[in-house]
Structures are given as structure tokens and as C-alpha cells.
Ligand binder design. Sequence first.
Ligand code: IPM
Ligand code: MG
Length: 358
Amino acid sequence: MEKNIAVIKGDGIGPEIVNEAIKVMDKVAEKYGHKFNYTEVLMGGIAIDTVGVPLPQETIDKCLASDSVLLGAVGGPKWDKGEGKMRPEAGLLGIRGALKLFANIRPAKLLKPLASACPLKTDITDQGLDLVIVRELIGGAYFGEKKTYVNENGEKTASDLMIYSDHEIERICRVAFDMAKKRRGKVTSVDKANVLDSSRLWREVSHRVAAEYPDVEFSDMLVDNTAMQLVRNPAQFDVIVTENLFGDILSDEASMITGSLGMIPSASLGEGSLGLYEPIHGSAPDIAGQNKANPIATILSAAMMLRYSFDMGKEADAIEAAVDKALEAGLRTGDIMSEGMTLVSCSEMGDRIAGFID
Ligand code: IPM
Ligand code: MG
């Protein structure tokens, strides 16, 4: 198969980690007889510096015209002082919105070779940790009306509207239930229905969808309790479905308890097969350009692209198996380094993983 991939390398460590993912994808293409064509497009801080906006229209057009999008990371201290619309993050939110990518899939799994990096006690991790967060990605407070103004008392005031309509909740719940059917058959819907109207609607709609999936075990959980349960007993979760802001927070927590933020990929999907694939970590400006970053989350994001956008299941399995082999061989970047392991650079990690593709 021939596929066209738009590539957003972005800022900080973005270019380094994306290069390694491409290296691994090219190895897959060679072994399995595919052709991947890459078109680099600008987004984030580099786009602000080069063309004056974080998300040029040309980037949106080229992404829409491609079969899928691979993204490194955007942002950095250089652009932190910009106002809302001129920040690199606005590019990320803009592309998610423009491509209508409403479903963000964030798996968190404890990999055996990295168990020692997990901050939880072994009696907790012995129960296992293999969950997926399905985060609504283009609604809620991120996309609701935003206002900064001076109120009647002359005081600066700001608000972000957390808003959801029925169909937005329904479609993301369906993604979660369909996913649960392919996994351990359990969905936990996370909300704050004891306080928020938007959460009460969330609960109503999620229960309606749940009724269509009688073979999936379903429950609600309040978001504060979920934050606590994730560290107390993460084995209870299979698929967690939640709104945008809650999902942002809980997915960082979930990734941390697996041992490294540098390991977790993500897929952002809409109605069609076009998706955006990116590591969940940021642009790590402190180590940018030093060939030290961990490319594994980006490489695993490429595997998700093959699986979800291109329907190349065995090729995706091959990438995941190659990552396991690299870890089992004791190869570690600095963020996951531990005693007795072999410290490798970003590009060496990419080389070795590509070498394990078969
Ligand atoms: C994420 C990030 C983004 C988000 C930021 C960079 C805008 O934290 O993908 O989780 O909040 O969605
Ligand atoms: Mg986040």
C-alpha cells in the first residue's frame, strides 16, 4: 500500500523523535512492501517564527489532503509569553479542531522491563496496569467560549465555558464502548456530576449509549475519585471515557504510573480514517537538539497510525514487538535509565528498534 503522511516535527525534541519514528516506519515499509510518502508541514513555535502564526492554512490543507498525520511536539519557553492565539499550543488545538478529531486514545500499560520505573508499590502493580483513556478532544472548556474582560468592579476577570451537547458525548462514548468490546469489556465513564451540569448531561447520554452495549460492564466514577483510584487500584480500569479537561489531567497521571511519560503514544481520531498521532509528552526544550530524547512514544504512535488509519495490524504489532525487544535487550534512554541497563541516544534507540523489525 502507498500512503501519504503529513509530518509535523514541531519544536524542541520534536524533530529528533519524529526522525526516529520515520526510520522505523521506513523499515516496516521495506519489509512489508509498502510505500510511505512524507510531507513536512509547519506548526507550533517554528510556524510562529517562520510564517507568523502557529497553524498556517497550508498546514491544515496538507493534513486534510493526507492519509494521516504524524506529530512530534510543540511549544517551548520562547513562545510562552504570547497571548492565547499566538501560542504554539493554539496550533495543536487548531489542528485537532480543523481535522474534527474528537476522540483521543491514550493507552497506559505497564511494560514488564520497565516495572521498576513505576512509582507505585509492587503489591499494586502486581495486579497489572493496562488501561486506555478515551478523551473527548474538541469540546468542553478547551473549545467553549473564552472571555477576558474587566468586570463591573474594575477587576480583571476571565472565564472558559465548559460546554457539551448530546451528540458530542454520544459519539465519544461509542468509541469507548467499541474499544472495550475489543479489550476486557469494561467502561468507566468519568465526570463531576455532583457539581457540573455538563457532567449531568454526560451521565445521561453515557447511560443511554451503555444500554446499547449490554455485554460491556459499565460504571460512572467522579473525577476526583478516579484520580485517587488510579494510584490506589489501577487494575480495576479497562477503558476510561471522559471529557477533554478531565482526560488531559488523568492521562498524565495514568502515564506517570506506567513509569515514563516518554513511553506513551496517542491517536486522535474523527469519523473517517484520517488521524493525528503524537506522543503524549511535550517538547522537552531542556534536552532539545542533544540526541538524548526517548523516541519510543513517537515510534509507538506510528504503530497506532498503522493500526487505526491504515488497517495494518501486523505491521503495528511488529513495531510494538520491536520496542519490547529493545527494552528487553536493556537499551534505555536517559529518562528510563536504571542500574545495569545500557544508555543509548535517541538515534541509537531508533536504529536498534528499526533493526528489531521483522
Ligand atoms: C495534551 C497536551 C495539550 C492539551 C496541550 C499542549 C495543549 O497537554 O495533548 O495532553 O492540553 O491537550
Ligand atoms: Mg496534556
